[in-house]
Design a protein around this ligand. Structure first.
Ligand SMILES: O=C(O)CCC(=O)C(=O)O
Ligand SMILES: [Fe+2]
Length: 136
């Protein structure tokens, strides 16, 4: 996929984690609000983990346990470019063993025909409301 960022390989050893965050930048204090964002994320799990290391999405109560050879994909934004606030996620600390992942952050350029913009934008207001209320 030529318009995605380069593959990012991460190795977590015992205690290693990835704090909760958004892959799109809208929600980062001081970050750019417009511009090409990471509209979607693909994580390939390159290893099993003996204990810990789940990828978690606390707002939707989802935990994904690494399994070598499996992958996880999600959209970080609505089609019209507002971040989906429910996509906040993190990598829990590895308790035993090591965790290897390869992440591909996908940008919008080149995706116009695969992931076109719709005709409505009703949740933009919701997204701003969320930012105001939860991200102080
Ligand atoms: O390590 C994980 O499970 C999450 C990694 C992650 O959030 C990312 O690569 O953007
Ligand atoms: Fe992430």
């Amino acid at each position: 996929m030529s318009t995605a960022e380069d593959m990012n390989v991460i190795r977590y050893s015992v205690g290693g984690y990835y704090g909760h965050h958004y892959d799109s930048f809208h929600m980062i204090p001081g970050g750019p609000v417009t511009g090409p964002q990471r509209i979607a994320t693909w994580i390939s799990y390159l290893s099993d983990v003996d204990a810990g290391g789940a990828t978690v999405f606390p707002y939707v109560n989802v935990a994904v346990w690494p399994q070598r050879g499996s992958a996880l994909f999600w959209y970080n934004e609505y089609r019209w470019g507002a971040i989906d606030p429910l996509t906040m996620h993190g990598g829990c600390p590895v308790l035993v063993g090591a965790k290897w992942i390869a992440t591909k952050w996908i940008r919008p350029i080149g995706q116009e025909f695969h992931h076109p913009c719709p005709l409505h934008n009703t949740t933009i207001a919701y997204s701003y409301e969320f930012r105001k209320n939860y991200l102080k």
